[in-house]
Design a protein around this ligand. Structure first.
Ligand code: ACM
Ligand code: ZN
Length: 535
């Protein structure tokens, strides 16, 4: 059998050879416990692998429950007489079928329905394998999100971390605060050409998800074994909310939803304080936040809530009577501890709703974080506070910049980075391995404005993410490169755009070419342009 992506933990072919042809399967017998994923399982099998599937037939594919298999795990046994699948839960049942599908198309543009006799025994290295999608900076919409969910499921990824709010757009309907989307989801243009640039386009960006649409997408994800985790970023990255309701800030200023991502444009207009945090000191801000959380939690059943918490400036809090009074009354030392107190308050609030809070590194700033808050490790520099958190029993999700920031050019972070990731590089010794909850690739979209560019940044990085988060075993990059090539027919099946080999293999092109780093020159298959040379 071709070595699929992600590689199964154990895959043994029968010594005597032989195969079973799935094309003769005409019936499916799925355990009632797997009702959630059964429709998608049927859909995948009927798409060219098997015949139209009845309840009874001559050649039945049985997918049974096995109590000894843990969640997400599965077993496939193949001999000349048929295929037997066992799984521990609905996701495991679906993954077994994804394995058969990927196996049937690896390295071939024509489906190969013959499955070699043997046994696959498979389970994930990490229980949490995710993609962050930033729909604040650009809005891609339902169709693209569903396409991503389909492809994530094929890669055995199980978390969509949905970044729905930021300075540049609020993208989720909140019924109690209609201006969040009426005002906060719209901007007239966008900064283009990278962080240092002052160029702008003239393309308005708008769009948001109604609560009904969110429920539909969350259900669509669940049928594919995927949990959707909302991120409502605060106290900073909150400018879209403050544009709608200026009283959320320490100083009530009339400010628009940001169309810029970096500091040069607002600085050129004399606006130094463009990056602002919400006012924690005013009770009305906390009331607003609790109201938002109430509505958001009704839409997302997963037992997690992502608060962001990153890159929160403290200057305004220093000059705000309300924030200073709160610091005094709580006996806190400084504004960093106020940030920590705020995060803990939100953690308590969502805990009462049966959810665990997740936040980026900066939630550790105050040195007062509750242990059950999960820290998502993104910072390029090593963060000793994360190691300390883990030693105290806390959990971490890995999204380290150099390996998992999929918005970065391949010329800076080639595919090899993602594939070679090993949590031990980052100071996590093996005794804390069980504290690494999982791994996420992050697709920030400041410089990604079309689905095609989004896919270019994501593929074949999703393959490497799947390999390190699901398989997580010994590495061989050269062999992996060949497996990526063999995987291309599956990407083509979904009509996805992906980076070509000369782009994703480029090593340190940025440091070798002393040039302006213009990431996006208008062509979705080119990372940046310099004179007449395209890279
Ligand atoms: C982040 O990139 N600020 C989480
Ligand atoms: Zn304040």
């Amino acid at each position: 059998m071709k070595e699929i992506i992600p590689r199964p933990q154990s895959c043994v072919e029968a010594r005597k050879g032989g195969f079973y042809d799935m094309a003769q399967i005409d019936a499916l017998d799925v355990d009632a416990k797997f009702k959630l994923t059964a429709p998608v399982i049927t859909e995948i099998l009927e798409k060219g692998l098997c015949k139209k599937l009845g309840k009874e037939g001559k050649n039945v594919l049985k997918i049974g429950y096995a109590a000894e298999l843990s969640p997400q795990s599965y077993r496939i046994e193949v001999d000349e007489n048929g295929i037997n699948i066992s799984a521990g839960d609905p996701a495991g049942a679906l993954y077994a079928v994804q394995t058969l599908r990927v196996g049937s198309m690896m390295g071939t543009s024509k489906l190969d329905t013959k499955v070699p006799c043997g046994k696959v025994n498979d389970y994930p290295r990490y229980g949490w394998r995710g993609i962050l999608l930033d729909e604040s900076r650009h809005f891609f919409g339902e169709e693209e999100v569903k396409k991503l969910l389909d492809v994530m499921s094929m890669h055995k990824l199980n978390v969509l971390h949905w970044h729905l709010t930021d300075d540049q757009g609020w993208r989720i309907e909140i019924k109690k605060y209609p201006l969040l989307t009426e005002i906060g989801s719209k901007r007239p243009r966008s900064q283009i050409h990278g962080w240092q640039s002052t160029d702008v386009d003239d393309v308005p960006v708008s769009g948001y998800y109604t609560q009904e649409k969110i429920k539909e997408i969350v259900a669509y994800a669940a049928e594919r074994g995927i949990s959707v985790i909302p991120e409502i970023d605060m106290p900073a990255h909150f400018a879209a909310a403050m544009a709608a309701y200026p009283w959320l800030a320490c100083r009530e200023l009339k400010r628009d939803v940001h169309y810029y991502f970096g500091g040069k444009i607002p600085l050129s207009q004399g606006i130094k304080d463009w990056n602002r945090s919400a006012c924690i000191g005013k009770p009305t801000t906390l009331e607003f936040i609790y109201d938002v959380i109430d509505e958001v939690c009704e839409l997302f059943p997963a037992p997690y809530f992502h608060i962001g918490g990153d890159e929160a400036p403290k200057e305004e809090w220093k000059d705000c009577p309300a924030c200073q009074e709160l610091i005094r009354s709580l006996g806190l030392k400084n504004e960093k501890q106020l940030q920590g107190w705020f995060i803990n308050e939100i953690a308590k609030y969502v805990r009462e709703k049966g959810r665990r809070l997740i936040g980026w590194n900066e939630v550790l700033e105050g040195d007062n974080l509750e242990n059950d808050v999960i820290v998502q490790y993104w910072t390029p520099q090593k963060d000793r506070k994360v190691i300390k958190h883990v030693k105290k029993g806390g959990n971490v999700i890995m999204s380290k910049h150099k390996y998992f920031y999929f918005d970065m050019p391949y010329a800076q972070y080639p595919l090899r980075n993602t594939y070679m990731f090993n949590p031990y590089f980052e100071g996590f010794i093996s005794m804390y391995d069980n504290k690494v909850k999982g791994i996420e690739g992050a697709l920030w979209t400041e410089w990604i404005s079309t689905p095609s560019k989004l896919e270019f940044q994501l593929f074949p990085r999703m393959e490497a993410l799947a390999e390190v988060s699901w398989y997580g075993g010994p590495k061989n990059f050269k062999k992996f490169l060949q497996r990526v090539k063999d995987y291309i027919p599956l990407l083509d099946m979904y009509g996805l755009n992906y980076a070509k080999e000369e782009i994703y293999r480029a090593v340190n092109l940025f440091s070798r070419l002393n040039t302006i780093r213009t990431w996006y020159g208008g062509n979705e298959n080119v990372e940046y342009e310099k004179n007449d040379n395209k890279y």
